[in-house]
Design a protein around this ligand. Structure first.
Ligand SMILES: O=P(O)(O)O[C@H]1O[C@H](CO)[C@@H](O)[C@H]1O
Ligand SMILES: O=c1cc[nH]c(=O)[nH]1
Length: 326
């Protein structure tokens, strides 16, 4: 059946470029490092790229594409902005750049999957994991509702168990009489297994302090992460204490960190059949209140892991591996 072209409203394209990122299709590499902070893009580009072919900045979304010095492979450094709603816009536009023929506004008959590593900062939930550690996300629990608008099958039975455990925990921890108690719906996603394994191997090989575990992706930074700064009430004031009691049982993984984008990235890109994983530095310990503001070293380490993992996957011609299994 012939495809209906996407309308100008479905996919806004201005002067041949996607509306928010201001990128044209040839300006995106198939391998992407996605960071929250736009300033991280020129920093990583300056440290890691031998040359650049694209440098665009629009609405705070900075993108630089070029050749990585260490791997001689083309990579795009892309800004997600903060949180799932901003990330949703960015990932849809990346997918459109990869899949849509801008001349006909129809989906190409064939396209290669993107490989995306989210590289960010996070708050530590496991007191045994020191500040400065890179957490490689095995599973991510989304507490934003952006992910719920994408009806993507469960990636496996472990995600089912984690969703149930978190749903029960959040419902039980809500403040008595809270208007929205029991109405925060968690969803679970996981990193591409091949990409995660490659990142872990590289981290071990390079001697970079790292841990693997579960990441909680919140809808905001303050009440959504258990910070009681505002003068309003909170639906789950004891969120951190509640999370600390979670026993994932047989799964054997701990909650390691809390940030704001990983779950949506893994959920959405996994649903497209793309490869995605998340690497986030622990920059503070939520249990003891510490916070460090200089994490350049960790961002460089994380980006190197991603570049090297991209090279390994390409050498092995490994297809995305998130659709089946646990
Ligand atoms: O360092 P980035 O990638 O922005 O990630 C973390 O930092 C921001 C909050 O300070 C959120 O985006 C959170 O996910
Ligand atoms: O505590 C933290 C630290 C970084 N990013 C977050 O979202 N939370």
């Amino acid at each position: 059946m012939e495809q209906q072209p996407l309308s100008a409203d479905d996919l806004p394209i201005v002067n041949g470029r996607v509306y928010h990122l201001d990128l044209a299709p040839g300006e995106l590499a198939r391998e992407v490092i996605l960071v929250g902070d736009p300033d991280r893009v020129p920093f990583l580009a300056g440290e890691l790229l031998a040359s650049r072919d694209t440098d665009r900045c629009h609405r705070g979304f900075h993108t630089i594409t070029g050749i990585a010095r260490e791997t001689a492979r083309r990579v795009s450094l892309v800004t997600s902005g903060i949180g799932a709603p901003s990330t949703e816009i960015v990932l849809n536009e990346l997918a459109a750049l990869n899949e849509i023929d801008f001349a006909t506004r129809t989906r190409k008959a064939q396209f290669e999957p993107l490989t995306v590593v989210r590289l960010g900062t996070s708050g530590g939930l496991n007191p045994a994991t020191p500040v400065g550690t890179l957490v490689l996300t095995d599973y991510a629990i989304g507490l934003d509702n952006t992910g719920l608008f994408y009806d993507i099958p469960l990636p496996g039975p472990t995600c089912f168990v984690l969703e149930e455990q978190l749903r029960t925990l959040l419902k039980g921890a809500a403040a008595p009489g809270a208007r929205f108690g029991g109405r925060i719906v968690p969803y679970c996603a996981r990193s591409d297994r091949g990409l995660l394994a490659a990142l872990a191997r590289e981290a071990t090989e390079l001697g970079i302090p790292h841990a693997r575990g579960i990441t909680v992706s919140s809808a905001g930074f303050f009440a959504e992460q258990g910070r009681g700064v505002a003068r309003t009430g909170s639906t789950i004031p004891a969120l951190l204490d509640a999370l600390a009691t979670l026993d994932t049982g047989k799964i054997g993984l701990r909650l390691e960190n809390m940030e704001m984008e990983a779950a949506f990235v893994l959920h959405f890109l996994g649903g497209l059949g793309y490869r995605a994983a998340a690497v986030c530095a622990v920059i503070n310990q939520r249990q003891n209140g510490s916070f460090v503001a200089d994490f350049h070293r960790q961002m460089l380490d994380g980006a190197r892991l991603a570049l090297r993992a991209f090279r390994t996957l390409a050498a092995n011609h490994q297809p995305p591996g998130n659709a089946t299994g646990a």
